[in-house]
Design a protein around this ligand. Structure first.
Ligand code: GTP
Ligand code: MG
Ligand code: ZN
Length: 354
């Protein structure tokens, strides 16, 4: 017996997407959600079908941010081919790893980000701050999920450290292998809600997804004994529909999360530093031994955490290194804005004729 197809709202369809369609598109196109995207092929799920499509030639020349990524909504034309990519509610991107300075999209239309870390040697506050900055930049609610609580004699130091990363941050401790323990995460997995799981390799993202799905859909792999690191078992980003509603996005543990355009996310995450920095003598103070630096004074007085200051400066530097890319990106955004406005004007024009 084949499984019943999910409704569009189960897949995360909402007014925000619906209102982007012209009358003609409403009549002639079919919305589908991208469950996986690899190269030029996209695995899409709609209310009546699931199919693996090849992107038509014209999509291949588009900049990465205008091509479909996992979580995106696409309109399929009457020929069954992708016709248009809908505007995103939220998007995660990073600068591609290594020398490549291009932007790489990680996921779109995510409601909640589970930042997964385990209660062991792999726990690293500065790395978690990268993910937090990413979530805040995208306007997506972050939840810190600390796994392997069953292997820890006392998980409380990890919880305390995680809570210090951001005032009011939600921190959950679980055993990813235990359904009763993982259940507490279901409150973020309501019908049509999309949760993305990120974190280093081996922290238990795929294990958690299997447990919540009550099925083994994702392969998992043992971590290395010597340093608790994972073996990069998951290699692609994929969406999974939970039987009771909700969508989970598994992703490969990242070796390197190079932050791209993340200025606002960083400012929001390190708000306490920005607040003290207003008292620095010079408005362009780098907080690195500059005269009259209030931030340095606050660190000396133990009012600011030196680790946080270091990470803040490091992430800001990363921004500057990526500046050239960002200039390109902003130019593209501007061009995109122009064409978007033009298409919106055309759409409104079309509507006013009915
Ligand atoms: N005891 C215990 N083991 C866990 C827990 N979570 C994950 N594991 C184990 O940790 C190992 C790695 O889990 P995965 O789910 O493959 O980790 P991942 O985050 O998906 O890793 P990548 O796909 O490499 O990014 C597996 O052997 C899991 O069985 C947990 O909460 N408790
Ligand atoms: Mg995995
Ligand atoms: Zn300063």
């Amino acid at each position: 017996m084949s499984e019943p197809h999910p409704s569009l709202s189960t897949l995360g369809w909402e007014h925000f997407f619906q209102q982007q369609l012209t009358r003609q598109e409403l009549a002639e196109t079919v919305p589908v959600r991208v469950f996986a995207a690899q190269g030029n092929s996209v695995d899409v799920v709609g209310a009546t079908e699931r199919s693996l499509l090849s992107l038509p030639g014209r999509w291949k020349t588009l900049p990465p941010e205008d091509r479909p990524t996992v979580g995106d909504w696409l309109l399929l034309g009457s020929d069954g081919q992708p016709a248009r990519l809908l505007d995103r509610k939220s998007v995660f991107c990073r600068n591609a790893a290594g020398q490549d300075t291009r932007v790489q999209l990680l996921a779109a239309n995510v409601d909640t980000l589970f930042i997964v870390s385990s209660c062991n040697r792999d726990f690293n506050p500065s790395r978690l701050e990268r993910y937090l900055a990413l979530a805040l930049e995208a306007g997506v609610e972050p939840v810190m999920v600390l796994t392997k609580v069953d292997l820890s004699d006392d998980p409380s130091p990890f919880v305390i450290q995680a809570r210090q990363l951001r005032p009011g941050l939600l921190v959950e401790t679980i055993n990813s292998k235990n359904p009763a323990s993982a259940d507490m995460l279901r409150r973020w997995c309501g019908v049509g809600r999309t949760v993305a799981l990120v974190g280093s390799s081996g922290v238990g993202k795929s294990t958690l997804i299997n447990t919540l799905l009550a099925a083994t859909v994702q392969e998992t792999g043992a971590i290395r004994e010597d340093d608790s690191r994972g073996r990069h078992t998951t290699t692609a980003r994929t969406l999974h529909l939970l039987p009771g509603g909700g969508l989970l996005l598994d992703s490969p543990g990242m070796r390197e999360l190079q932050l791209g355009d993340c200025e606002n996310g960083i400012a929001s995450l390190f708000a306490e530093i920005a607040q003290v920095a207003r008292r620095c003598r010079f408005s362009d103070c780098r907080h690195q031994g500059d005269p009259g630096c209030a931030v340095q004074l606050a660190v000396d007085a133990k009012e600011l955490d030196p680790r946080r200051l270091n990470n803040y400066l490091k992430l800001l530097n990363e921004q500057e290194r990526n500046a050239e890319t960002l200039v390109d990106k902003h130019r593209r955004k501007k061009d995109f804005g122009k064409s978007y406005k033009k298409s919106m004007a055309a759409k409104l024009d079309e509507r006013s004729r009915y």
